[in-house]
Design a binder for this molecule. Structure first.
Ligand SMILES: C[S@@+](CC[C@H](N)C(=O)[O-])C[C@H]1O[C@@H](n2cnc3c(N)ncnc32)[C@H](O)[C@@H]1O
Length: 354
């Protein structure tokens, strides 16, 4: 039986990988990190040149983020709803809730954040007030979180000033940002099992149609497509690093999930059961990828989609990824652990008489 112990990670004696990257910089990509395409896995992140161990490889700001906690009214882990802040907003010394009393999960850490977030929150407020309770009661927390995330994606689109693109550091690579980045995410009705698509079609019809309550202007098919993308690309946010390999002994898990988010650039990272990057959100909800060993020029840069202390052998890892992420892992570790295929033993075959 494996034993999981919770420890407090010691203060870093080495420099923080994000030191030197200004806090005002919401997105940052290492100049040696490029996008390419793998015939099996689709888009991927790759090193164009050597990236040393401990280097910050990516900082990505969420396009949409939601708190995921039990009992929001008494929880100290809620995230400030202002996308320019995203800090945890503890109950004390102060936390500011919606003046329309939509749901307890929506809070701001200051009145400044609440005022700054007015236009974005106005987009979701009536929807939350009308649907949050019935969805939670009829369908449970998972479906509520998924639908709220879609509403927050639509709210960010609604309040986006203009289509954005940014040029990455010294490379010629361009990554799509904003809504254009969301549109380029993988996932479609063809990549999900029929029963999921059927259920999501019903949920779109019932809760996410274009209407005065949710004036997004998109067709039902486009919203269904957005769910397929969101389900294939959203991240859980945990207090400790995900993807330390080999897992420390005794195992240290990543802690309780406190939020979920969609990151347009971080979503390009494929999974590996022997990842070369660890990932962890910072205190502003930005996703940080750090090289966990030297990454050589040409190597794919991968994270782990799950806690490697939880699933250790090939069968359990692949089963978990199939169940939760709907793909069969083709990482180097899984391929190397596959049982050798039966080889033809030509010497033992009867000779043919010609
Ligand atoms: C978050 S996206 C990663 C980026 C994606 N490759 C793309 O084209 O945008 C997750 C999807 O990538 C693919 N993928 C990621 N890791 C993989 C792996 N180890 N083996 C096979 N497919 C993988 C699967 O199709 C999965 O649903």
């Amino acid at each position: 039986m494996s034993q999981v112990v919770y420890i407090t990670l010691e203060e870093r004696s080495t420099p923080n990988p994000t030191d030197g990257i200004p806090k005002t910089q919401s997105n940052w990509i290492h100049p040696n990190l490029i996008e390419s395409v793998d015939p099996v896995k689709g888009r991927q992140l790759r090193a164009s040149e050597h990236i040393p161990k401990g280097t910050c490889v990516l900082v990505d700001h969420p396009y949409a983020i939601i708190s995921v906690v039990d009992d929001p009214a008494t929880n100290d882990d809620l995230i400030c709803s202002n996308p320019a802040c995203n800090r945890r907003s503890p109950r004390h010394p102060g936390r500011f809730s919606c003046s329309n009393s939509c749901i307890a999960d929506v809070t701001w850490c200051s009145t400044t954040c609440r005022d700054a977030d007015k236009a974005r929150h106005d987009f979701e407020c009536t929807w939350l007030k009308r649907y949050a309770d019935p969805i939670r009661t009829k369908r449970g927390e998972y479906d509520f979180g998924m639908l709220w995330m879609i509403v927050r994606l639509l709210a960010s689109r609604h309040t986006e000033p203009e289509p954005q693109e940014y040029n990455v550091a010294t490379t010629s690579q361009r990554c799509k940002r904003g809504w254009a980045g969301i549109e380029s995410l993988c996932g479609s009705v063809d990549t999900w099992p029929h029963q999921h698509v059927r259920l999501w079609t019903t949920l779109v019809k019932k809760y996410l149609q274009n209407s005065p309550v949710l004036p997004h202007g998109l067709s039902a098919d486009s919203v269904l497509h957005l769910i397929c993308q969101e389900e294939a690309n959203s991240f859980g946010l945990y207090p400790r690093e995900t993807g330390i390999f080999p897992p420390p002994q005794p195992p240290v898990d990543r802690g309780e999930q406190f939020a979920a988010a969609v990151y347009p650039t971080a979503a390009m990272a494929n999974h590996s059961c022997i990842p070369n990057m660890i990932h962890k959100p910072d205190e502003d909800g930005r996703m940080i990828f750090t090289a966990s060993r030297d990454i050589l020029a040409g190597q794919e840069c991968c994270i782990s989609y799950f806690d490697l202390t939880k699933f250790t052998n090939l069968a359990s890892r692949r089963e978990h990824l199939r169940k939760s992420f709907k793909f069969t892992c083709q990482c180097d570790r899984c391929i190397s652990e596959e049982p050798a295929e039966e080889t033809n033993d030509w010497d033992s075959m009867p000779l043919m008489d010609i």
